[in-house]
Design a protein around this ligand. Structure first.
Ligand code: IVH
Length: 698
């Protein structure tokens, strides 16, 4: 069946878009994600381009934002506040640049200068200064008429009351455009306080900035951690508001304009850069996309502007947006999808964790189908129910999260199901699930629960533990189901003939698996301690214990007091270790592991109770590790740096002493290191660096 006629679809799209405009701009309560909204707009633009006869004068493709809400006085902008066209791909970015050359044929894209500015996700604001004093702040509104939010904006600390004297003389009237935003950390803090007070929790920093400005009482706004970035002098194009004549305030380039704004005391993003040539623009966009989460504020793209302001006047604008600028938009990190079901998984300690099974959705660079919901209270707090449309967020490397239901989403169920109830029996063993009073977690208390047993073995073989390659969850499940293993020590009794008989296992993979199991016997004691899954014993504590006692025997015979005396251990951890070692089932597993020939010592440990401090060769230096190094896990490499007085941060900066690069390193870190001229060290160089603090000769 054919779809609707283009004219019908265009009409439908116009209705949808103006509806969602209203939800977003007037009610601060969008029903669909930005990406979905953009898709509607693009579809309409495509229809109107292919069928120009269908374009209407009042089409939302020509409009900017929405009409005022009536909550504040209306302000007619002296210079209209324009919107920007979007580019979602590198190709679209380049075709924007090609269009510039078609309009001004003498331009050379390889030598043209551009200002690349982070596209801060906040609320666009027009500030007016008269005689150097702040007199008015207005929202964009529909671009022609906005709302007067002067009293609220006056409470924002980074909006200066007066233009700095250094920047005098200034024109009688000065128009400054910028963005009111909420820094990411401040946003998290605000939401914590809102939650504690039982008040509304905001979905993201942009919504919370918008909500904070849309307050009748400026005291409420004043209590919100808002900030301001200035990004435009004058209203854009043309610039009658700037006041010609005053030299500094009639700059020749956008770069100079930003510099002048800084001199005038206006905060300008330090991440705005001027680059030469369209290739450099593309590089800068990629760079900002890769580092978007390293910035202390949220950005959803890069605004690319032709630097030469004379060219702005020549290139001009369409009815809604200037031709001299474009917004390069990053891939969305928030998407709507269907919550198919809520299930619980049982961890190695028996903890029952609810998680969301989602209709697959591509978000934040990968396809997401599962997201944790943490515990019973979180499910209730988020108020998500099976069959809801939910907002899924995946920012950078962060694990995917269900933000909440989208009750007004067009695909949301007409009638919701009832609140989800935590199951009362374990999905694995059928035993009771227990939540103790005062605790947030629910547990399966059956120690023989197959799910727990499986997870204990998975944890044992995992990277931070014995690091047995090929022994992931699926493999462990297969081996347990086949009755071949029951606890971690059984791994060391596996033999080739039984493995080869398993489905999907050839001679070669069996041999590889046995090789990996054999190799794991040589892991240091600290890794064995992590692998055992003792409560509170992670890599750092395990290292402290292993270096403190050097051998498993000494550790097993240590008293609670001796354990607690180790630096970084303390009474709670010591109790947990003693409890674990006193358990007969654990003792049996340990005896079997020892009998299987596992290494039970910690290399370089100095002897019981006296951990040796290595020479402080890296005192005060920061060394970043990326990729896998021979002989070290990432944690071990970082621990070795810290043990020598150094720091091992997760990202490269100007003050990084060296970057240690193993196999398959992170490209972001490596590129940044190269750009900043940070010395690069390989695995051999690392050993020397640890021993002497010296860098290998270049
Ligand atoms: S220039 C005519 N520069 O992005 C000039 N906009 O549609 C238009 N934004 O909501 C704006 N950072 O508030 C410009 N460095 C920047 C920006 C920026 C964020 C926002 C702007 C508007 C949207 C553009």
């Amino acid at each position: 069946m054919a779809g609707p006629a283009p004219s019908e679809r265009a009409e439908e799209l116009r209705a949808l878009i103006s509806h969602h405009d209203e939800r977003y701009h007037l009610l601060d309560s969008p029903e669909i994600t930005d990406a979905e909204y953009d898709a509607l707009k693009r579809e309409l633009v495509t229809i109107e381009t292919e069928h120009p006869e269908l374009a209407t004068v009042d089409s939302p493709t020509l409009a900017v934002g929405a009409a005022p809400s009536g909550l504040f006085t209306e302000v007619r902008h002296e210079v209209p506040m324009m919107s920007l066209d979007n580019a979602q791909t590198e190709a679209e970015l380049r075709s924007w640049a090609d269009r510039l050359v078609r309009l001004a044929p003498e331009l050379e894209l390889a030598t043209l200068r551009f200002s690349c500015e982070p596209k801060v996700d906040g609320v666009a604001m027009s500030l007016t200064y008269a005689g150097g004093r702040f007199v008015q702040a207005a929202t964009r509104g529909n671009g022609v008429v906005g709302e007067d939010v002067t009293d609220n904006v006056a409470t924002v600390p980074s909006v200066p009351e007066t233009v700095a004297a250094e920047a005098a003389p200034f024109p009688e009237r000065l128009l400054i455009r910028g963005e009111i935003y909420m820094p990411t950390a401040a946003f998290a803090g605000l939401n914590e306080r809102q939650l504690a007070a039982g008040a509304k929790v905001f979905a993201n920093p942009r919504n919370s900035a918008a909500g904070s400005l849309r307050q009748k009482d400026p005291k409420v706004t004043a209590a919100r951690p808002l900030a301001f970035w200035a990004y435009q002098l004058g209203g854009g194009e043309p610039e009658p508001g700037v006041g010609e004549g005053a030299d500094g305030w009639a700059p020749a380039t956008q770069t100079d304009a930003l510099a002048q704004l800084r001199r005038g005391g206006f905060p300008v993003s330090p991440d705005a850069t001027t680059v030469v040539g369209i290739d450099a623009v593309v590089t800068r966009c990629r760079e900002l996309e890769e580092h978007r989460h390293d910035l202390p504020y949220e950005i959803d793209g890069v605004v690319v502007k032709v630097d030469d302001l004379d060219l702005h006047r020549r290139l001009g604008q369409t009815s809604r947006a200037p031709r001299w600028a474009i917004a390069f938009k990053f891939a969305p990190e928030e998407r709507a999808t269907r919550l198919l079901d809520i299930e619980v998984s049982i961890g190695r300690t028996g903890r029952a964790t609810p998680f969301a099974r989602l209709a697959p959705v591509f978000v934040g660079g990968s396809t997401v189908q599962l997201a944790t919901l943490h515990n019973e209270d979180q499910v209730a707090l988020k108020n998500v129910r099976p069959n809801d449309m939910v907002l899924v967020r995946k920012a950078g490397d962060v694990i995917p999260e269900v933000v909440g239901p989208m009750l007004d989403h067009p695909d949301a169920p007409k009638r919701r199901r009832g609140p989800w109830k935590f199951p009362t029996v374990c999905p694995s063993c059928g035993g009771p699930l227990v939540r103790l009073p005062g605790e947030s977690d629910t547990y399966c208390t059956n120690i023989d629960c197959p799910a727990q047993r499986i997870q204990r073995i998975v944890h044992f073989a995992a990277r931070a533990g014995m690091d047995i390659e090929g022994m992931g969850e699926q493999r462990v499940v297969q081996l347990v189901r086949a009755g071949l293993i029951d606890d971690p020590s059984d791994l060391y009794r596996l033999e080739a003939p039984v493995l080869v008989a398993l489905e999907g296992m050839g001679e070669l993979s069996a041999a590889n698996l046995l090789g990996a199991i054999e190799a794991s016997k040589r892991q240091p004691l600290s890794r064995l301690l992590v692998a055992l899954g003792i409560r509170h014993v992670g890599p750092t504590v395990a290292r402290a214990l292993a270096t403190g006692f050097s051998t498993l025997d000494d550790l097993r015979s240590a008293s609670q007091e001796a354990l607690a005396a180790v630096e970084g251990v303390g009474a709670v951890i010591a109790d947990s270790v003693v409890g674990f070692l006193a358990n007969p089932a654990n003792q049996l597993v340990l005896d079997r592991l020892v009998a299987a020939g596992l290494n039970t010592e910690q290399p370089w440990a100095a002897g019981a109770g006296a951990p040796a401090a290595p020479d402080q060769t890296l005192s005060g230096r920061s060394v970043v590790v990326t990729g896998t190094l021979d002989g070290y896990t990432r944690e071990e490499a970082e621990a070795a740096i810290v043990a020598r007085g150094g720091k091992a941060p997760g990202s490269v900066s100007k003050s990084t002493f060296a970057i240690v690069v193993g196999a398959s390193p992170g490209t972001a870190k490596l590129t940044r290191a190269e750009r900043l001229g940070v010395p690069i060290v390989d695995g051999d160089g690392f050993d020397r660096l640890l021993a002497t603090g010296e860098l290998p000769d270049a």
